[in-house]
Design a protein around this ligand. Structure first.
Ligand SMILES: [Zn+2]
Ligand SMILES: [Zn+2]
Length: 350
């Protein structure tokens, strides 16, 4: 095995990243070394690439660090203490690395571990030929799944958790956000038997993907009359389920107006700062269940996701719009940041 590998490294405290030759990571006893086949680009990677305030605070002290966290690849080496994963396994990873000692971990809520470490954020990531990963978070994939789809299970899992935290069968579902999480959520709600799936976004290109994923109707938030339509379709009562994959004041306000009494509001999208909420009318008097969604249930969400993908019913092909060689990572980031956005999910292929 060569000593060095190609990696996209956040090397300096400014916008951008560099393709570098870095040492192949060595593994600890409870880790596996994975040869990466595909790694998809996430909003988090975009923040690190653009070097926003969050990235400066969180990654600043850690650079140089290899970027990326959504991946799929083949295990090429396992540590002595590994028992579940073996060489040759085709794997992806849950990116939330739990401590297994805190109260959330001990009570089956590892996804919100009090000492959570995140792959590619708190340690070297997957925009590289190899990545070292704790066995605990490796997920064995069906080898029939193409690597770029297997890589996208991390964000797909956000959508599965946000959508299926409570049943959606025969329910009306209103989804805010035409980024990959929202687009995936359309597909998940559709194949899980939602009665109606409506999508609100801002990018005509992505709203068209939403249609392909199975939305009954899509709305451009900048011009379409969403409230009138939803209230008309629901006889004034509102929708059973709102999935907020955006995290913005206008979405929170409208979503809480449009969720029906006794309905559910899944809050997944992260706002830039604090939002205000009409707790009295939007939540308490309506008896709305406002549920915070972080990460994926470990590993219930992964089991559900595997079943949905294996069934062939959930087809995520429309969302994965670009496959680029690792070397073209800068083009990938351009596609995801330059308006109007002309990409769904971008995969870097190795
Ligand atoms: Zn991600
Ligand atoms: Zn923990």
């Amino acid at each position: 095995m060569a000593e060095k590998m190609r990696a996209v490294v956040k090397a300096s405290p400014r916008e951008g990243a560099e393709l570098q030759q870095v040492p192949i990571p060595s593994i600890g006893p409870d880790e596996a070394l994975v040869k990466v086949a595909a790694s998809t680009v996430c909003g988090t990677d975009v923040h690190i690439y653009q070097w926003n305030e969050w990235a400066q605070g969180r990654i600043g002290p850690r650079i140089p660090q290899t970027m990326g966290h959504e991946f799929a690849g083949t295990v090429v080496e396992v540590g002595k203490a590994c028992r579940r994963v073996k060489t040759g396994d085709f794997v992806s990873a849950e990116t939330h690395i739990p401590c297994m000692t805190c109260v959330p971990c001990l009570t089956g809520q590892m996804h919100i571990c009090s000492n959570l470490k995140i792959l590619g954020v708190d340690c070297n990531g997957s925009f590289a030929e190899y990545i070292a990963v704790p066995e605990l978070v490796l997920w064995k994939n069906d080898p029939a799944i193409p690597p770029e789809f297997a890589a996208a299970q991390e964000p797909l899992g956000n959508a599965v958790y946000a959508t299926l935290v409570e049943p959606v069968t025969a329910r009306t579902v209103l989804i805010y956000g035409d980024g990959p999480a929202g687009l995936f959520a359309v597909g998940v709600a559709r194949v899980s038997g939602a009665a109606r799936v409506w999508l609100v976004g801002l990018s005509p290109m992505r709203l068209e993907i939403g249609r392909q994923m199975g939305a009954d109707a899509v709305f451009d938030a900048s011009k379409d009359k969403v409230e009138e339509f939803i209230l008309d379709q629901t006889k004034g009562g509102g929708v059973d389920v709102v999935l907020d994959m955006v995290g913005r004041q206008s979405v929170l306000d409208q979503g809480l107006r449009l969720v029906r009494k006794g309905g559910r509001y899944s809050a997944f999208g992260l706002p830039d700062g604090r939002l205000s909420i009409d707790l009295t009318n939007g939540v308490i008097f309506k008896g709305v269940r406002l549920l915070g969604i972080n990460g994926r249930l470990m590993f219930e969400t992964w089991v559900q996701m595997s079943n949905l993908l294996a069934s062939g019913r959930l087809d995520i092909r429309p969302v994965i719009t670009h496959r680029l060689p690792l070397e073209e990572f800068a083009h990938g980031f351009d596609l995801l940041t330059h308006e109007p956005i002309q990409a769904g999910k971008v995969a870097l292929m190795l």
